[in-house]
Ligand binder design. Structure first.
Ligand code: AMP
Ligand code: MG
Length: 486
């Protein structure tokens, strides 16, 4: 019988590592001094058909630190490029190592990746390491996104490395185990396209189709159909972000997954007061990635994907550009339709009426003018008991509600509408001050607030007992700032 870390049900089938050498570097994680497991996601482990129950903490710590590698893993760092704030750069996994692709029982393929496990060929000036705070932050927020029913990479475990890393101050080092449908990005296509080797571009494209979109195999113009599907997936994703007030913060093309999952939890945060121009990231001086810019940046990024595909679309370049442009230009209409559908659900409308758009925009305008909390306003419309604020007595809102109620009853009953609203309006989001507080405590080795926060975020649509402290933003004029996850 296999022992310890090889008796977990790992079922590796590593395909990316077989691609041409230029796609990646074969490299092992660098061992760390004193690994200590601080978080393990039992629910996710179950979904992956992994069983950690008979493995001791010491062995798990060594496993999730990369100090011992499971049988049949094949460790690589992946190459990619990306437009960062609009500027093209060659990048790659500078501090991440793919351990392998694990197949769960249903034959679904999952990348298992360590983030923070040492330098690679793509580290540039970085140390290849990650700090505890940002890795825990990624764990909290990515798992919260999953529970909000938004496609995302997942977090399986966090270990402390027992080593300090040097940033502005000394910080505790950590490694996050990230699980993704794949780590193929828009930037992966950009990287291969920039190498100007059509055979490599074909290999990448065929690989991605086989892995993510096998049905495309029958299409006439596969790259065009592929672009259409990725565009729709990204629209669905960004509409979901808008729904819950999520601001990604660093929508560079290397941080856009081809599989349509939210990826790269660096400076992201949730909006409290409704303001379309909200930006949290300290490095986003121009507001490029502000809440309201997320859809247009999605389109911009998709245009970069389209450019990379041009040589595959048609031998005649002009024709290829024309075909791709047509798809890219379908973005606005498709986005608006999807956004309207989502907003209708947020206020419980069934059916479609011309005037719905104005009803929705009038509510948002009121929210902006009165500087009210985005999440809680929908909670108020659902009559959630513990959401109280004098601002909801405002006459303008009362007038709006009369119009709204008239419209509700057109195709629905109050009961039916409330049910719909409850399925799309979260009562709990990761409030910035609660996230910060839990990270501060975790840095002092107290993981209780962090575990409590993770627990309440598991059921964001349910009215749980004693959750009021998680439901309100911090009552402070201080502007919340986030930093890239280093
Ligand atoms: P991000 O802002 O997380 O998307 O990272 C952009 C690029 O910087 C990616 O290629 C990362 O792998 C790389 N990177 C970020 N932090 C580090 C680090 N501490 N050491 C090496 N590379 C890093
Ligand atoms: Mg990134």
């Amino acid at each position: 019988m296999k022992s310890g870390i090889n008796n977990i049900n790992w079922n590796f089938d590593n395909s990316y590592s077989k691609l041409p050498e230029s796609f990646k570097e074969h490299i092992k994680p660098i061992k760390v001094k004193r690994p200590e497991l601080v978080l393990l996601n039992e629910g996710l482990a179950k979904e992956l058909d992994l069983n950690f129950s008979h493995v001791g903490k010491e062995e798990l710590s060594a496993l999730f630190a990369g100090n011992v590698l499971p049988e049949n893993s094949n460790t690589i760092a992946q190459a990619y490029a990306g437009h960062q704030f609009g500027n093209f750069t060659m990048l790659g996994d500078g501090r991440a190592i793919l351990i392998g692709e694990h197949l769960s029982k249903d034959k679904i393929r999952h990348d298992i990746q360590f983030k923070g496990s040492g330098k690679t060929a793509f580290s540039r000036n970085g140390d290849g390491r990650a700090a505890l705070g940002p890795m825990l932050r990624e764990y909290i927020i990515s798992e919260s996104m999953h529970n909000l029913n938004i496609p995302t990479t997942r977090s399986l475990a966090v270990v402390k490395t027992g080593e300090n890393i040097i940033r502005e101050v000394n910080l505790e080092g950590a490694i996050l185990t990230r699980v993704a449908s794949s780590h193929i990005r828009v930037g992966t296509f950009q990287y291969i396209a920039a190498r100007n080797k059509i055979d490599e571009l074909k290999i990448l494209f065929d690989y991605v189709v086989k892995r993510h979109f096998p049905k495309l195999d029958e299409s006439k113009n596969k790259p065009i159909e592929f672009l259409k599907i990725v565009l729709q997936k990204q629209i669905d994703l960004v509409v979901n972000w808008m729904r819950v007030g999520f601001i990604h913060g660093v929508m560079n093309t290397d941080n856009m997954s081809i599989a349509g999952e939210t990826i790269d939890y660096g400076p992201c945060a949730f909006m409290d007061i409704y303001d379309p121009k909200t930006v949290f990231s300290s490095i986003d001086q121009m507001g490029r990635y502000a809440y309201c810019n997320q859809p247009i940046i999605t389109k911009w990024n998709l245009s970069r994907l389209a450019e990379s595909l041009i040589p595959l679309i048609d031998d005649e370049q002009n024709k290829a550009i024309e075909l791709a442009t047509k798809i890219i230009n379908s973005f606005e209409k498709k986005y608006e339709d999807k956004w309207l559908e989502m907003m209708r659900q947020k206020i419980g409308l069934f059916g479609e009426e011309e005037k719905d758009k104005f009803l929705i925009l009038d509510l948002l305008t009121w929210m902006h003018k009165k500087k009210v909390d985005y999440t809680n306003t929908f909670g108020h419309l659902m009559n959630v008991e513990n959401i109280k604020d004098k601002v909801y007595d405002d006459i303008e809102l009362k007038e709006w509600k009369k119009r709204w109620e008239r419209r509700l009853l057109v195709n629905s009953s109050l009961e039916k509408s409330m049910k719909l609203m409850k399925s799309v309006n979260p009562l709990i989001i990761p409030r910035n001050h609660k996230v910060e507080e839990s990270l501060q405590e975790a840095n002092q080795n107290n993981f209780k607030p962090l575990n409590n926060l993770i627990k309440v975020l598991e059921k964001p649509y349910n009215n749980q007992n004693d959750i009021q402290e998680y439901q309100y933003p911090k009552n402070s004029k201080e502007k919340y700032q986030t930093f890239c996850g280093t």
